[in-house]
Structures are given as C-alpha cells and as structure tokens.
Design a protein around this ligand. Structure first.
Ligand SMILES: CCCCCCCC(=O)SCCNC(=O)CCNC(=O)[C@H](O)C(C)(C)COP(=O)(O)OP(=O)(O)OC[C@H]1O[C@@H](n2cnc3c(N)ncnc32)[C@H](O)[C@@H]1OP(=O)(O)O
Length: 192
C-alpha cells in the first residue's frame, strides 16, 4: 500500500536551507567513503551510486542495476533498492546541509519492477527540518530522469556529532580518513 496519503513531513518543520558552502548546482559529489556499499569505489559488488547537485536544490543519483543486485532472476532486490535510496537521501542531507546525519527511519514504495541492466535515476530533496531531524524524500525513475517512477522513498535523518562515529564505528578506518575528515570538519557544522 502506498504511503502517499500520509502527511509528510509528519511533524511541523522549517524549510531546510542549504549551507552557504553546500556544493553548487552542477557539482558532482565524490565518494564519501571508499568502502561504502552505496557509493564506494572499492566495493566490487556495491551500488556505485554517482550523485550530483541540481537546482532545487536536489541531489540526483544514478544507480546502474547489475546481476550482483538481483533478488529474483533479472530483477533488482528490494532491499538493495532501499539501500540505494538510503544513500541518495543521505547524500542530499549530508551535502546540502553539511552536517553529519544518520538514517533513523526509511520508508520505500516499490511501484514497478527494476530490471537488471536498467539505470535508476534517483532525485532526492530536503522536505523540512525540526531541530536535529531532517526529513527528505526521493523518486527513482527508470532509465531516464523523466522515465516512469519505479520506487519512491522518504526518510528521517538525525544530525549527530562526530562522536557517533568514533564511539560506534571503526576507529582505525576513521583515522585513515583523518585528512579528508579534517577538511570536512572545517567546512561542516559538526555539532547538532
Ligand atoms: C554522505 C553520506 C551518505 C550516507 C548514507 C547512508 C546513511 C546511513 O545508512 S546511516 C546508518 C544507519 N543508521 C544508523 O545506524 C542510526 C542508528 N540509530 C542511532 O544511532 C540513534 O537511534 C539516532 C542517532 C538516530 C537517534 O538517537 P539519539 O541521538 O539518542 O536521538 P533521539 O533523541 O533518540 O532522536 C532524535 C529525534 O529523532 C526522533 N527519532 C529517532 N528515531 C526515530 C524513528 N525511527 N522514527 C521517528 N522518529 C525518530 C526522536 O523521536 C527524536 O525526536 P525529538 O527531537 O522530537 O524528541
């Protein structure tokens, strides 16, 4: 059943205003972590999402569906499609607001099958902010930016401090990211 009839965002929000240093429309967004299953270039069977910022502001991501992503013969696995939307929504929240945030809730509507060999064009936008909570939604269209909608998603992202990652994550891997992380710390407002 579609969730289209439910109020969204579910709470009163303020407009999500992009950070002054957010990537400009036309900017390609790089890999945020090479071992990320959603975008990382060192994960052979990962989703390898490639994202860029558009007017709106929105983030458009492309996900090329391969045999590694199947659930049924020739069709994408729904959980992997949800993963693609988690990545696309997270990229929009993180890059446009320039604050670390994690997914607290993710809803997906699977509208039509996504075949192996197709490319999903995912457009993600910020719908509102309430304190540490950012609401975002996305549509995924088959094979073109104006193709038929195959998947819709919406999510709640909660802004966290860097300690979220240092406390719960892999400290060695985090240290290896120190140089780029330092650059981000200078540019992002890391405290919620
Ligand atoms: C560029 C980067 C792209 C990355 C894309 C990929 C992103 C990811 O996949 S992140 C990984 C998956 N997510 C996680 O591991 C998060 C695990 N969860 C947590 O760590 C915590 O539950 C966390 C941080 C979300 C919230 O915990 P905490 O900081 O204690 O805040 P908490 O007070 O519980 O919640 C904050 C607010 O969010 C609300 N909230 C939290 N979870 C939910 C939920 N599931 N549903 C509805 N509301 C929720 C709370 O009610 C609260 O609202 P209010 O401010 O109005 O009281």
């Amino acid at each position: 059943m579609s969730n289209a009839g439910q109020s969204w965002p579910p709470v009163e929000t303020e407009p999500a205003v992009p950070h002054p240093k957010a990537p400009q429309p036309g900017s390609k967004l790089g890999v945020h972590y090479s071992h990320c299953f959603g975008c990382g270039d060192e994960v052979e069977v990962g989703l390898h999402l490639q994202s860029s910022v558009t007017d709106g502001p929105e983030v458009v991501s492309e996900f090329a569906v391969t045999e590694a992503h199947q659930g049924a013969p020739g069709l994408a696995h729904g959980g992997l499609l949800a993963c693609a939307f988690d990545e696309a929504l997270g990229a929009a929240v993180g890059n446009l607001l320039r604050k670390p945030a994690v997914t607290a809730k993710l809803e997906t509507d699977f509208v039509r099958p996504v075949p192996v060999g197709s490319t999903l064009f995912i457009t993600a936008r910020l719908d509102g902010v309430a304190g540490r909570k950012t609401y975002a939604s996305a549509d995924g269209r088959l094979d073109a930016g104006d193709g038929p909608v195959a998947v819709r998603a919406r999510g709640l992202f909660v802004t966290v401090g860097v300690e979220h990652f240092t406390t719960h994550g892999d400290k060695d891997a985090l240290e290896k990211l120190a140089a780029s992380a330092r650059r981000r710390r200078e540019e992002w407002d890391i405290n919620p």
